[in-house]
Write a protein that binds this ligand. Structure first.
Ligand code: LLP
Length: 437
């Protein structure tokens, strides 16, 4: 299916859809393993630790797989902490990042004993100081730096490394913050790091950011702060969504290796999309077709609540018809799939907008696509949906969230059951118990 984006056989996808229904996310275990090994091979003998970024795909089965490959976890919430622990990561293998950790989340991280907590502001450090007071061993903290480097990504929302953005501590404030860490007994500075964006296809920004981190480590050491045990270069490695190549792991490693060499510190990295992006697809069935104002619509049973990326970022996802031959025969009879109209349909519409059932004009999976065979009943696969697919899905329009399935070789196993209507209303009530009299 597709241009090497996903290697699962159409017959298997059709079987999964028949067994589990649609919409369903399907993840290929072997692809995740392959990507992990590619990254490890590129890193070679460079001292490093790979912490999988849970936000990309937090399904427990995916987490467990990545854990067995030897990765740690990079988390950004108490919920991700619970997932990582449930999937088998030991607390020491977990790095806690994020610009707005709540007191409750920091307490949970301290109680679990996570390996590293990345600070993003002086206020957060002050809160952590207070919470960490009197602990048996000092809490390992890192500082997420904003290195002020521009990294081109397909959408402004996925750029994070420029000054003026909410992420990280500005370069000129880092030494002050590091001194504040060093001044306290209950915390110890173990890492400085960056994460400059997501879906970065060029090594240049990594090299630029790494150079700034190297200078910073030297500056910290000159200031007498010599407790660092790693430098964190974040995630963001681009994968192909169409015919573009993505970022070669070798090019990424070449860009960040000087940081390890100059500082003598092991690299920590936090890839998400690189490991899982092209391991997944979203299976959806065509419900209807219609035409309006010269456009042809393919209406599917998955929409923006299932896969938000096209709507939110105008992101391109390849869409393929899983069994085109079956659909093409039907389409030849009637391109709009309307039996009564088949005699009058002269020109088959092959340029179509693939749109979802949500009541929003921005609800689409793909615009202006050539999709032969996308007739009612046809099974479609939306590719490159393994990262930021299910995790960004919602119950908008009171649509239960999709099922998830893991494939390993020829076998497949459900790893999250499809939600039902009871899941939509869990915790709600019509019985009003007023809390204030
Ligand atoms: N580390 C930190 C601190 C991060 O914020 C992120 C992603 C990562 C690592 C992993 O980045 P990756 O290797 O997956 O690019 N929803 C957007 C992507 C948002 C990424 C947020 N941070 C999308 O669908 O493109």
């Amino acid at each position: 299916v597709g241009q090497g984006l996903l290697s699962l056989p159409p017959a298997l996808l059709a079987r999964i859809a028949a067994a589990v229904g649609t919409p369903t996310y399907v993840y290929d275990a072997e692809h995740i393993r392959r990507q992990f090994r590619r990254l490890q091979a590129a890193l070679g003998t460079l001292p490093h630790r790979i912490h999988y970024s849970v936000k990309a795909n937090g399904n427990l089965a995916v987490l467990s797989l990545v854990h067995h490959l030897g990765a740690g976890a990079d988390i950004v919430s108490g919920g991700e902490l619970a997932r990582a622990l449930r999937a088998g990561f030991s607390p020491g293998e977990i790095v806690f990042s994020g610009v707005g950790k709540s007191e409750r989340e920091l307490v949970a991280a301290l109680e679990a004993g996570v390996g590293l907590i990345n600070m993003e502001s002086a206020g957060e450090l002050a809160l952590l100081h207070r919470l960490a007071r009197g602990r048996a061993a000092p809490v390992a903290v890192g500082i997420r730096v904003n290195p002020d480097v521009a990294a081109e990504t397909p959408h402004p929302y996925t750029q994070t490394g420029r000054s003026g953005m909410k992420f990280g501590v500005p370069m000129d404030q880092v030494v002050t913050l590091a001194r504040a860490v060093a001044a306290e007994r209950d915390v110890v500075l173990r890492s400085v790091g960056m994460h400059i964006g997501s879906q970065i296809a060029e090594p240049g920004p990594y090299a630029a950011g790494a150079a700034r981190l190297a200078d910073l480590v030297a500056e910290l050491r000159a200031a007498g702060i010599a407790t660092l045990t790693s430098v964190d270069v974040g995630g963001g490695l681009a994968v192909p969504y169409g015919s573009e190549p993505g970022l070669e792991p070798g090019a990424f490693v070449a860009a960040v290796a000087p940081l390890a060499h100059q500082t003598g510190l092991p690299l920590l990295m936090e890839p998400g999309r690189f490991l899982v992006g092209n391991a997944g697809c979203l299976l959806t069935r065509v419900l209807y077709r219609k035409r309006s104002g010269g456009r042809a619509f393919v209406i599917t049973d998955a929409g923006m609540n299932d896969l938000l990326r096209p709507s939110l970022y105008q992101a391109y996802h390849e869409i393929t018809v899983v069994d085109p031959t079956a659909g093409q025969a039907a389409e030849a009879a009637d391109p709009e799939g309307n039996p009564a109209a088949s005699a009058t349909s002269a020109s088959p519409a092959t340029l179509v907008d693939v749109v979802g059932p949500n009541c929003e004009s921005g609800d689409f999976l793909g615009l202006d696509r050539h999709l032969a065979g996308a007739v009612p009943g046809a099974l479609l696969a939306v590719l490159s949906a393994g990262a930021y697919g299910f995790g960004m899905s919602s119950q908008y329009n009171s649509r239960p969230r999709a099922a998830e399935v893991l494939v390993d070789g020829e076998r497949f196993a459900p790893v999250r059951r499809r939600e039902g209507v009871e899941d939509l209303m869990r915790g709600e009530t019509t019985t009003l118990e007023w809390e204030n009299g």
